[in-house]
Every structure is written in structure tokens, then in C-alpha cells.
Design a protein around this ligand. Structure first.
Ligand SMILES: [Zn+2]
Length: 208
């Protein structure tokens, strides 16, 4: 029997949860429906590329950084490890040390963020020290169930440290239905050039 994939992406719609609940970050859908005139229905969507489940490219935080044009989509069709780290609003290096992480591992962090569908200003994030630990461990990527991988750290060191080491960053995952363990991931952003971030569909299949 083929195991179904679990969709861990956030549906995109005008009322969805956005970073810090900022109105300008809500996607705008304008539907031009001319079906009753015998024509077509087409929707124009205006939205930030960091909406919902998305990946960050280095240009997001680094002058002259790499963009979506430089990204090979084969990179995110791969094995990942989901780590459950609850009851804390900060992921520290110590939390990651509790796992047997190997060079090349791609981890997805399931935190208290996955237990709520509203934006929390005290969302769980990855600290600078944990990012440094990830670099030392030579991780390939980190995904988190928050709309940002860090908060309240001046100059965004978590982003910068991970990006400088070419560690992929996925944000806005929805992991409430996923248990800790190993999964095959299919995570594909649209093929759009020159972007600092891109929304993506992320699917996980448990590895038995
Ligand atoms: Zn982002």
C-alpha cells in the first residue's frame, strides 16, 4: 500500500494568518468573474512572497544574496527529520543537542506554534546559538512551523548565519498532524525568478 502524503502547507486566502497580523501582509484576491457574460473567471492575487508556507532565499537578508533563480528544485525532494520541541518559545542549541543529528540532515521543527492557528507575538523561534550549532553540524536545511525562523534578535542573526552556510530555511509549516520521525519530503516553490522568498507546497510521507 502506498502511504498518503501529509500536506503541511498553510492554505493561502485573504483572511489567513500573517506575520505580526500586519494588514499589508494579507494576500489580496481580486476575482474577475465574467462567466455569466460567456467569458472566463480569472483571479489576480497580490501578495508578499513570504506568505504562508514558504522558503527564504539569501537575498531576503543579505545584500547581493542568492535568489530563487539560483535554486535547484531537486534540493527539497528528500528525506527529513521532524523534531518535536514543545513547551519553549526559544529553540536553543541544547534542544538540538538532544538529537543524533548528522551532517547533511534536514530538520523540521515542530513546536507549540503548530498547536495554534492564530499568530502569537511570542512564537517559538530558532536562536542564534542554535543556528550556529546547525552550521557546526553541517545541516542541509531547517524548517519551522512559524512564519519567521527568528524574532527579537537585532540584525536577524539566525537568518544570516544559516544563509551564509547555505542552509535552506523553510517557514510557515503546519506540523500538528505530524509525529516526530523520518519523512520523505516534496517541497516545491513555483518557478519564479529573482525572488527573496517563495510560497511552496510541502508534502511529507512517513518513512516506516
Ligand atoms: Zn520568510
Amino acid at each position: 500500500m502506498i502511504m498518503a502524503y501529509i500536506d503541511v502547507s498553510m492554505p493561502i486566502h485573504p483572511q489567513m494568518m500573517v506575520y505580526k497580523n500586519k494588514p499589508e501582509k494579507k494576500p489580496i484576491f481580486i476575482q474577475d468573474n465574467k462567466l455569466e457574460l460567456g467569458q472566463s473567471c480569472e483571479t489576480i492575487i497580490t501578495m508578499n512572497v513570504h506568505t504562508g508556507t514558504h522558503m527564504d532565499f539569501p537575498l531576503h537578508m543579505m545584500i547581493g544574496g542568492k535568489t530563487s533563480t539560483d535554486f535547484d528544485p531537486n534540493e527539497l525532494i528528500r528525506r527529513v527529520k521532524v523534531l518535536t520541541i514543545l513547551n519553549t518559545d526559544k529553540i536553543l542549541a541544547e534542544h538540538l543537542m538532544g538529537y543524533d543529528l548528522q551532517a547533511g540532515d534536514f530538520i523540521l521543527l515542530k513546536t507549540d506554534n503548530s498547536l495554534s492557528d492564530t499568530f502569537s507575538f511570542s512564537f517559538t523561534y530558532l536562536t542564534k546559538e542554535a543556528a550556529e550549532y546547525a552550521v557546526n553540524k553541517k545541516l542541509a536545511g531547517i524548517g519551522i512551523d512559524a512564519l519567521g525562523i527568528e524574532r527579537d534578535q537585532p540584525n536577524h542573526p539566525t537568518h544570516s548565519i544559516l544563509m551564509a552556510a547555505n542552509i535552506f530555511i523553510l517557514e510557515g509549516l503546519r506540523l500538528q498532524a505530524v509525529e516526530q520521525g523520518e519523512y520523505e519530503m516534496i517541497a516545491l516553490p513555483l518557478s519564479m525568478n529573482g525572488c527573496d522568498g517563495l510560497p511552496m507546497r510541502v508534502m511529507l510521507q512517513e518513512v516506516k
